[in-house]
Write a protein that binds this ligand. Structure first.
Ligand SMILES: NC(=O)c1ccc[n+]([C@@H]2O[C@H](COP(=O)([O-])OP(=O)(O)OC[C@H]3O[C@@H](n4cnc5c(N)ncnc54)[C@H](OP(=O)(O)O)[C@@H]3O)[C@@H](O)[C@H]2O)c1
Length: 350
């Protein structure tokens, strides 16, 4: 099969689109033909060697897989060859952890395609129990834009943020893959949403996701704007995927007793905390990592019902994976970028 392998960690040039052996069947696992594979910012960190879990080289990454079952060994969990499926974007890789609850806290829980080979290939082998039936009626590339950001949004916005009707919520980086899904979900839950963007070209996109207040963080201080919007009260929930550099301003946006939920760190891994502000305002500071299979199923039901939709920016043929990573680094993406392992094309498709 063709795959985009890396033999070393580093820049865009570490990718090699080449022939590798097809995955071998294994009891408890299915072989899935990868119809499309979404890229996440996580993949860029992984490519650069910035992920803590071990990644033996050579490696094939890729967590967001939309595909078709080819072969199943052992318990089929109701699936048959030919079924359209979605692969869970994270699961415990050690079968001893498969019954852990929640599975996201199991020691071997990892993003799909971190330790075992993932979806930047024409075929992938995954535990059959971590397949979900694809009932979305969407194209494979639309589906591949969904799983990781959807499960993240359900866990961060609904479960940890506990966002309710009439809540006011700040969502950072609203045009990002994760931020755009979080906006949609917060709106679906009845909240009013303020969001940040880094260029005015992203305004229409985040508006279409449902954002009520759009703040270009390069032109104005987002905390001042959010304080004005809430007449000085602050928002009920901050959903943050930026991390370092904006923490103090994020807390300035939050009302006493409010929840700060972080799941991302594009701005850096460190910042400082004023304990007096934490104590006297009784903030709840929560770390969020992906979500459970049940949370993903809940999110997919909303997609199937048309309440949430994928935010596909463009596709690249797998052979152009380096260009796709470079495009994500440019910060001009609106939503998600998806790879097509079977495409004969040589250029991106909008
Ligand atoms: N823990 C989890 O479960 C989980 C799940 C999903 C994502 N994440 C994390 O969340 C973060 C975002 O992921 P994503 O896939 O949604 O990202 P993405 O689609 O690549 O978007 C990232 C956006 O963040 C904004 N940004 C703000 N400050 C930035 C900075 N210093 N450098 C680069 N970009 C900056 C940029 O938008 P503007 O230019 O418009 O500001 C950029 O386009 C990543 O850290 C990712 O690892 C974590």
């Amino acid at each position: 099969m063709k795959a985009a392998i890396i033999n070393a960690f580093g820049g865009y040039d570490v990718f090699n689109h080449t022939d590798v052996p097809d995955p071998e069947p294994r009891t408890g696992y299915a072989i899935v033909k990868v119809l499309a594979c979404g890229i996440n910012r996580y993949d860029l960190f992984l490519r650069m060697g910035g992920v803590k879990k071990p990644t033996p080289l050579p490696h094939v990454m890729g967590a967001d897989i939309s595909g078709e079952v080819v072969e199943i060994s052992g318990d089929a969990h109701g699936f048959s060859p030919g079924d359209r499926v979605i692969v869970a974007p994270g699961f415990p890789i050690d079968p001893a952890d498969w019954d852990a609850a929640p599975e996201t806290l199991a020691p071997s829980y990892t993003v799909t395609g971190t330790t075992e080979w993932g979806g930047y290939a024409q075929f992938v082998r995954v535990p059959t129990r971590y397949l979900l039936a694809d009932r979305t009626n969407l194209s494979p590339e639309q589906v591949a834009a969904i799983p990781l950001v959807l499960v993240t949004a359900v866990h961060a916005v609904r479960t940890l943020g506990n966002v309710k009707p009439s809540n006011r919520v700040l969502i950072q980086a609203g045009a990002s893959g994760s931020g755009s899904m979080c906006i949609q979900l917060a709106k679906h839950l009845g909240a009013q949403v303020a969001t940040t963007i880094g260029s005015d070209e992203k305004t229409a996109f985040v508006q279409a996701c449902g954002a009520d207040v759009i703040i270009n963080h390069r032109n104005e201080n987002f905390a001042d704007r959010v304080r004005d919007w809430t007449e000085g009260t602050g928002v009920d929930v901050v959903i943050d995927n930026v991390g370092g550099g904006v923490f103090a301003d994020n807390l300035k946006c939050l009302k006493p007793g409010g929840a700060f939920v972080n799941f991302g760190l594009v701005g850096g891994v460190k910042d400082t905390l004023n304990f007096a502000a934490l104590i006297f305002n009784q903030y709840r500071i929560l770390g969020s990592m992906m979500g459970t299979l049940n949370e993903l199923k809940d999110g997919l039901q909303l997609i199937e019902a048309g309440k949430l939709r994928p935010n596909l920016d463009r596709t690249f043929p797998l052979s152009q994976v380096a260009k796709a990573h470079e495009y994500i680094d440019s910060r001009s993406v609106q939503g998600k970028v998806v790879l097509l392992p079977w495409s004969e094309e040589s250029e991106p498709r909008l």
